[in-house]
Write a protein that binds this ligand. Structure first.
Ligand code: XLS
Ligand code: NI
Ligand code: NI
Length: 435
């Protein structure tokens, strides 16, 4: 079979290697905290960026060279892409992947025809998975590209659009199940609004919750056990998105009694668009026992946009891995590179370089995070900082058995508290010891 990535499978050569086509840090079977790196990191590649992103921007056409693609919406063309994608996964030693229904198969004239095309591609994906051992991390339905979803999908004011979206999600969950997918994602692309002048926010949120409950019921009916993920993002394309950040999503899931089936899929660039750091969003999710998976990318501090760049910042990957290790690792989730090359990096080989960079940056982040944990000084500092709550009185507060009157007595007799330093700069220096 013709190959499209002009290299051998990328392998680990160690930190001294100067080979741009080798991993310097990602050594899949190396043990970290007693577990192979590949099991900690669970890298996934997104079909949409790897196979379908032509690298256009609002000012110009796509630049990506895709010599395997004839540019048509035919099923044949879609099937051909599958081979190329699995060649890519193999050369990168990436074990998981993710898709939208409309990335893998074309949207045709009517729903039945689109679903039939999807079945044909899913059959081929199934064969390829069996042949290579690659696994589907999650599937999702694209409910934002087609013009019918201009007003939203599960929050559209038009019931016919809502029904169309439901049919699409029903089918996408079934395809995910057919491929033994580990999870299923809802990113609310156009689930939000541009102006309240024409929007009944309460009704839209009620409709969204009803939609998600129907998804839960359908998953149960067909025996799809994996979690559903909600992927928070504050804006773009909608001005106001209902799933704006982890806290908003958790509130929504609690309010509508959806906590059991759902987890969150946290994306770096979405966190920063929301005015948060990635570690904030991860920590909010993990604290609620709701961190499911990660869309691993980064934004650009100079561009206020979802630039979906490859994660190369070791500080960032360290912080991500500190939270992931802290919660005991992923179960069904993983690190999905929801990232694209810059428009100038238009050759197929740039996909290889881009993913090598992301994987090595996370391998370093993992090793550094493990070293910080083994060292223990950071955790000790934080523990001590709250040490006063380990006292008898503190334990009364934490177990809900204290009263204002009792605390008032302490305040009256104790005088003005002397405060300890937060030592932020010292701790920043400590982190840099390991980077
Ligand atoms: C877009 C989202 C999208 C989801 C899947 O910003 O990140 O790619 O991950 O629909
Ligand atoms: Ni995104
Ligand atoms: Ni994403």
């Amino acid at each position: 079979m013709k190959t499209y990535f002009d290299c051998d499978p990328v392998s680990y050569e160690g930190a001294d290697s100067k080979n741009p086509l080798a991993f310097k840090h990602y050594n899949p079977d190396e043990l970290v905290e007693g577990k192979p790196m590949k099991e900690h990191l669970r890298f996934a590649a997104p079909y949409w960026h790897v196979m379908r992103n032509v690298l256009g921007d609002p000012f110009g056409a796509g630049t990506a060279q895709m010599p395997w693609d004839d540019g048509s919406d035919s099923v044949d063309n879609a099937l051909k892409r599958v081979d190329v994608f699995f060649e890519f996964l193999h050369k990168m030693s990436i074990e998981f992947y993710c898709w939208h229904d409309r990335d893998i198969a074309p949207e045709l004239n009517d729903l039945a025809a689109s679903s039939k095309a999807l079945d044909a591609v899913v059959a081929k994906l199934k064969d390829k998975q069996a042949e290579t051992g690659a696994k589907l991390l999650w599937g999702t339905a694209c409910l934002f590209s087609h013009p019918r979803y201009a007003h939203g999908a599960a929050t559209s004011p038009d019931l016919r659009v809502y029904a169309y979206a439901a049919a699409q999600v029903k089918k996408a969950i079934e395809c995910t199940k057919e491929l033994d997918g580990l999870g299923y994602t809802f990113w609310g692309g156009r689930e939000g609004y541009a102006t309240l002048l024409n929007t009944n926010m309460k009704r839209e949120l009620d409709h969204l919750a009803a939609f998600l409950h129907m998804a839960v019921d359908h998953a149960k009916a067909i025996g799809f056990d994996g979690p559903f993920y909600i992927e928070p993002k504050p804006r773009e394309p909608s001005t106001h998105q209902y799933d704006s950040d982890a806290a908003a999503c958790l509130n929504f899931l609690r309010e509508y009694d959806l906590m059991e089936k759902f987890r969150l899929n946290i994306e770096t660039n979405h966190a920063t668009l929301a005015g948060h750091s990635m570690e904030h969003e991860l920590t909010v999710s993990a604290n609620a026992g709701m961190l499911g998976s990660v869309d691993a990318n980064r934004g650009d501090t100079l561009v206020g946009w979802d630039t979906d760049q490859f994660p190369t910042d070791i500080y960032l990957t360290t912080q991500v891995m500190l939270v992931v290790l802290g919660m005991g690792g992923f179960t069904t989730g993983g690190l999905n590179f929801d990232a694209k090359r810059r428009r100038e990096s238009h050759e197929p080989m740039d996909l290889i370089y881009a993913h090598i960079g992301g994987m090595d940056a996370f391998a370093r982040g993992l090793k550094i995070a493990a070293a910080i944990r083994a060292d223990g000084r950071l955790a000790d500092f934080v523990k001590q900082r709250y040490g006063s709550f380990d006292s008898e009185l503190g334990q009364k507060v934490e177990s809900g058995k204290c009263s204002f009157a009792e605390l008032e007595k302490v305040a009256l007799s104790g005088g003005e508290p002397t405060l300890a330093s937060g030592r932020q700069e010292m701790l920043e220096n400590l982190i840099n010891e390991f980077i």
